[in-house]
Design a protein around this ligand. Structure first.
Ligand SMILES: Nc1ncnc2c1ncn2[C@@H]1O[C@H](COP(=O)(O)OP(=O)(O)OP(=O)(O)O)[C@@H](O)[C@H]1O
Length: 257
């Protein structure tokens, strides 16, 4: 299943936020969205996920969702968005409650999602008993439970310390390895973008327009190799030089707001 951003523009009242943004996320592909603060990245993700209707243009999907999918597009949030009064298992089961599945089928899906995120031993634990990294694993397990074609990820690692971020990046690489699931990955972190994405959409300052689409010429497996580090750093620094001036301007604008 492909997800298509088709000439999306958006404004909130008089504030123009996105301007004519078009790209396609192919089946199994990971597309990162980067750009200066306030350029409309989260707004774009909300439009892609159907939470918000674009002022002009549209988000569409083409092709069949994966077999057995309950929700072809599902979000993973920066703040995890877990239900604090529910256990890990209940959080993961939550999006399946209204699918009409029998309890044993639901359990089987939840077990699989917990196994893929290394949470099987924590099923009875409550979110407040978990570290940030483990909480985000629950957020990811909950997303996996609906068998999505594409994860919509809004700064999923930004609330985590650098070691936990590194570990979760490795987890993402494994989850994405069989190519059955793609992602749109909004981030400020260019290191995450070059490690995880197949292509990186670079937005301008608000109103966000596409400045450039950068393809990463290494497989995700190759990027894990120590020898790829120089190449990744050079891609990162190329991206930073595209964004730097506008990031400074956006920062000043926030300070004066
Ligand atoms: N519901 C809303 N109503 C009015 N303005 C909004 C709304 N949501 C976002 N905005 C404004 O739209 C602009 C883009 O916001 P958005 O969160 O999409 O940007 P972003 O690139 O994700 O930002 P950041 O990098 O800081 O996370 C900002 O100026 C923001 O204040």
């Amino acid at each position: 299943m492909d997800l298509i951003a088709d000439h999306i523009s958006h404004g909130f009242g008089a504030l123009d936020v996105l301007d004519d943004v078009s790209f396609t996320v192919g089946a199994g592909e990971v597309v990162a969205i980067v750009g200066p603060s306030g350029c409309g990245k989260s707004t774009l993700l909300s439009i892609l996920g159907g939470l918000l209707r674009a002022s002009a243009g549209s988000a569409e999907w083409r092709g069949a969702p994966p077999p057995g999918s309950f929700n072809p597009l599902t979000f993973v949030f920066q703040d995890f968005a877990l239900l604090p009064w529910c256990t890990v298992e209940e959080n993961v089961e939550f999006p399946l409650l209204h699918t009409g599945l029998a309890i044993p089928e639901r359990r089987a899906i939840v077990d699989d999602a917990l196994r893929r995120t290394s949470l099987s031993d924590f099923r009875g634990t409550y979110p407040k008993q978990l570290s940030g990294g483990m909480r985000q694993r629950v957020g990811i397990a909950r997303a996996l439970a609906v068998r999505p074609a594409i994860l919509l990820m809004d700064e999923p690692l930004s609330a985590l310390d650098s070691q936990t971020r590194e570990l979760l990046m490795e987890d993402f690489v494994s989850l994405l390895a069989d190519g059955s699931m793609g992602a749109v990955y909004v981030t400020h972190n260019l290191e995450e973008a070059v490690r995880l994405a197949d292509r990186i959409v670079v937005l301008s300052r608000r109103p966000g327009r596409i400045r450039e689409v950068v393809a990463i010429p290494l497989t995700r497996d190759e990027r894990g190799d120590i020898n790829a580090r120089g190449k990744l750093l050079s891609l990162q620094s190329g991206l930073w030089s595209l964004i730097r001036e506008e990031a400074i301007d956006a920062e000043r604008e926030v300070q004066h707001a």
